[in-house]
Ligand binder design. Sequence first.
Ligand SMILES: C[S@@+](CC[C@H](N)C(=O)[O-])C[C@H]1O[C@@H](n2cnc3c(N)ncnc32)[C@H](O)[C@@H]1O
Length: 273
Amino acid sequence: MPRDNYAAGFGYQWNQHRLTQLDSHSGIPISRNRLINQSRWSFAELRGKKVLECGSGAGRFTEVLCESGAEVTSVDISSAVHANAASNGRFPNLRLVQASIYELPFPEQSFDFLFCCGVIQHTPNVERTFKTLFRYLRPGGRFCVDVYAAVIAYPHPRQLLRPITKHMPPAKLYALVEKAVPALLPLSLKLSAVPGVGQGLARLVPVANHRYLGLTDRETVRSWSVLDTFDWLSPRYEKPQTRRRLQRWTSELGLREVSIERHRGLYVIRGVK
Ligand SMILES: C[S@@+](CC[C@H](N)C(=O)[O-])C[C@H]1O[C@@H](n2cnc3c(N)ncnc32)[C@H](O)[C@@H]1O
């Protein structure tokens, strides 16, 4: 991949936060629980199977997939693959490739499972990305893909900042976020603790707040907030999708046993090809 692709900000982000979200670093199975909740796959059914993970970032889910004993092929378009290699290169069942979903160097229909979470809303053409992914899954293979949900009822203040921040050089934006988080996170945490309306109130403050994850250590809370605030503000593309559009795409692809579930701000799409 050219060094300067549209996802260079992600490369910067994941090399700054190589370990932050890895379960082996936090000691809490947040990524493992999310992967299992979203995919409903068990380790027993993954063991020995060919899994394609697209857009792996620093490898929080790569680690979990490798631990299942699957034969994992993990790709990312950005220099995040270096962070992933540093953390997960120890797994003999991992093949890690820097490549775009649009130009994957693998035979079509060659994977048993497809996992792609946190990715497709950040690509230039979400429909094309979604449909391309399935070329690599074999008939009968299972998939789990998620995408930001387009929900008109909850505009987010980051949308006011993104027209400026998405064009900023990553290091400059990162320095700003590092300053803003200690100033704004305490307010966001106080607001989110208000019974009943806390979550809605906290949304008024444009920093990521992971109170719902139950993180306790101060440095961990700060670091997750810096990471995810940067992750809101820096991507070149952020294109949430409606349930109706997802239903159309899955039926055009002839996918089976499809479920589209709302998980917080995401739609999780599962099923069989
Ligand atoms: C928000 S991060 C999510 C990373 C990881 N899945 C996670 O949840 O921690 C999105 C990732 O998708 C990658 N990405 C974006 N467009 C891509 C493409 N066309 N092909 C492969 N990876 C892509 C970015 O480089 C970035 O690492």
